[in-house]
Write a protein that binds this ligand. Structure first.
Ligand SMILES: CC/C=C\C/C=C\C[C@@H](O)/C=C/C=C/C=C\[C@@H](O)CCCC(=O)O
Ligand SMILES: [Zn+2]
Length: 644
């Protein structure tokens, strides 16, 4: 008995715990969110031609995919969602194609293209020309009537392809493990400006239509394809930075984001040269679902960053940092999203540490742990939820549903802990540069990251082995240990918090506003967030006093407003409801809308009104926003069957 047991243990190749790999797999796992046969073929270049039709809410055009066969194959599989394929030819020869029947789910469908026999051997390079149109419900696009824009003067279109929405605007290998250059010709109604995640190469047209030309010479994953069309004006910030926005917004955005060149230069001093040429930003209409999106050469930004005091520009540092982590060194699938976002959060805070102070970097990391990671693990999910893992498994999982701050905060905390153990900030910055230069223009997974870490710090193996890496990477819940933070900037927050918690109806009148107004905005956010997280909930007389002293309900800073609304709703303070509803209807940022919709729908006092509000406004929301909130409110159950 013992012998056979011993034999089976020896034969079943028990790997050391530190190299836990995906189920049943040796080496990199295929991206479960794509049906592309990337081991047989790869796309190296896309040449896109689109006519933008606002009345139809459709892109009509074609794409020429430059495909290289990696193995003998007579088929190329592409990802599509809601595309009407008109015709496909390979090097000018019409070819058969099929769309896998009944495969439609949130992943979309598999487009199978059959190659001529004489173009099916390994090493062959072909040009696959696909004529197609998008659906008027393409999940990557939001079409705005002029009335929905800030200035109300012209229609507007913008895209959001991350994570798996590129397939709704172009047939492609919609996985971050495939990188391709691209060029585009886009025809739009004259008078409107078209911008893309690339270098603009001019335009030509007549009074009816204008065609804009673009080139992206750096190979990028499909999720970084991006387009915006609207009545836009530009303001230069430096020789390589500018901001675009609607006329009534552009000067406010220009002032708010005027430190962008300083941030970009600072980033270069940490992680190396900026290779993308331009760093432009477009400040989108308020329905944009995210704080920022790191589309190369053209970061997309929410107007909720315009606080009037430049206090929220760390998001720009974040998007700039993506020019290295994410856009150059890319996660090979969304299961390893933390490589994109954990590194970017870490670099963002490095930049802010350089520009403000090291104690500010420490405070940002502390704030991330206490105000983002803890609520995400304990309130948005629960400590045993699989989406609280750093490395996830996305079989039949929609990345939009799995999305949270966990990859950002758990990932950056992991790097923060490693920095402290492996020699401190300067030592770790040298590692960071080596990591970026080693994997630039590649797509990697956590196992490749880990192997590089061990080889770079080969002389500190004992320290690495003593670190509970597997628990950080693969376990649910909060990390097994908390980094040590310099809490110098926490002291004032804790002092003010204690003053308010300990106050009673008499002494609350003695609290003055001096300490609060002397704090940095991030400290004010920390203070209000701690009040929100405090149990029991804060008494109504204190909320009255807080609002009259600090004017929180009328704050221009959306981060402060979010935490104040959540605090008041948790305390069931009814005067906040009108402001909360205005907040929901004034912008579409998921980071704000999802928690506030969830909180309000769980409050019997206003549950029905807030759900009715959603049903009334959902059609003017971005598709992603509408989808996520309807799931949060349990208004529809998407049955996810296995895709292919
Ligand atoms: C574990 C989840 C794996 C993959 C998810 C990937 C993408 C999800 C999709 O919903 C797109 C997310 C885009 C995020 C863009 C910007 C963020 O860095 C900031 C979001 C929070 C904010 O609004 O500030
Ligand atoms: Zn990011």
């Amino acid at each position: 008995m013992v012998d056979s047991l011993l034999h089976s243990i020896i034969m079943c190749r028990i790997e050391p715990p530190s190299v836990r790999r995906p189920k049943g797999g040796k080496g990199p796992r295929k991206d479960p969110c794509s049906c592309a046969n990337i081991d047989h073929a790869t796309v190296t270049h896309m040449a896109i031609k689109w006519d933008v039709h606002f009345q139809l809410k459709m892109l009509v055009g074609s794409v020429a995919l430059h495909v290289k066969l990696l193995k003998d194959t007579t088929k190329v599989f592409l990802d599509i969602r809601d595309l009407s394929i008109r015709s496909i030819n390979v090097d000018g020869i019409d070819v058969e194609f099929r769309i896998a029947p009944n495969s439609y789910t949130f992943f979309g469908s598999k487009l199978c293209v059959y190659l001529p026999e004489d173009k099916s051997t390994a090493g062959t390079e072909i040009v696959m020309h696909i004529s197609y149109t998008t659906s008027n419900e393409a999940s990557a696009l939001q079409w705005l009537k002029k009335e929905q824009t800030t200035d109300g003067k012209a229609p507007y279109l913008f895209s959001q392809c991350q994570a798996i929405h590129a397939r709704s605007i172009v047939p492609c290998m919609d996985t971050p493990s495939v990188k391709q250059t691209y060029e585009a010709e886009v025809s739009v109604p004259s008078g409107l400006t078209c911008l893309m995640s690339s270098i603009g190469e001019g335009s030509k047209g007549d009074e009816e239509r204008t065609t804009f030309f673009f080139k992206q010479p750096v190979a990028i994953p499909s999720y970084l394809l991006a387009i915006v069309v609207g009545l836009l004006e530009k303001r230069d910030i430096s020789h390589r930075c500018a901001v675009w926005a609607e006329p009534s917004v552009v000067d406010k955005a220009h002032w708010e984001f005027s430190e962008t060149e300083d941030i970009l230069s600072c980033a270069e001093s940490i992680v190396g040269p900026y290779i993308w040429g331009r760093y432009d930003m477009v400040c989108l209409p308020a329905t944009f679902p995210f704080g920022g999106m790191e589309n190369p050469c053209l970061t997309f930004l929410t107007p909720t960053l315009i606080a009037g005091d430049r206090s929220l520009v760390s998001v720009i540092a974040h998007e700039i940092a993506h020019s290295w982590s994410g856009n150059l060194v890319t996660n090979s699938s969304w299961e390893h999203f933390w490589l994109n976002e954990g590194f970017t959060m870490f670099i963002e805070r490095k930049i802010c540490g350089r520009l403000v102070s090291e104690s500010y970097r420490q405070f940002m990391a502390f704030n991330g742990w206490t105000n983002n990671l803890i609520p995400a693990v304990h309130e948005q999910f629960h400590p045993t939820h699989p989406f609280t893992k750093l490395v996830q498994e996305h079989e039949n999982v929609d990345p939009d549903v799995a999305f949270s701050c966990v990859p950002y905060e758990k990932g950056s905390s992991l790097l923060f802990s490693l920095e402290q153990r492996l020699g401190g900030s300067q030592v770790f910055e040298l590692y960071l540069r080596d990591y970026i230069s080693t994997f630039s223009h590649k797509a990697i997974d956590t196992y490749q990251w880990r192997d590089h870490l061990y080889s770079y710090f080969h002389d500190q193996k004992e320290i690495l082995d003593s670190f509970d890496m597997n628990s950080w990477l693969f376990d649910v819940g909060m990390p097994p240990s908390k980094p040590k933070y310099d809490e110098e900037m926490v002291v004032d927050c804790d002092k003010l918090l204690k003053e308010w918690i300990d106050a009673d109806e008499t002494t609350v009148k003695d609290i003055t506003k001096e300490m609060y107004v002397s704090m940095k905005p991030l400290q004010q956010i920390e203070f209000i967030s701690q009040l929100w997280q405090h149990n029991p909930p804060i008494e109504h007389y204190k909320l009255d006093a807080l609002d009259s002293l600090y004017a929180l309900t009328n704050s221009e800073n959306c981060e402060i407003l979010l935490n104040w609304i959540r605090l008041c709703v948790k305390s069931r303070w009814e005067p906040i409801f009108p402001r909360a509803l205005r907040f929901l209807n004034s912008q579409g940022r998921l980071k704000y809308c999802r928690p506030v919709y969830r909180d309000l729908s769980n409050w019997p006092f206003c549950a029905k009104e807030v759900r009715d509000n959603f049903l009334r406004t959902r059609h003017s929301m971005h598709p992603i926003t509408a989808e996520m909130i309807s799931k949060d409110l349990h208004l529809r159950h998407q049955t996810h069957t296995v895709c292919f």
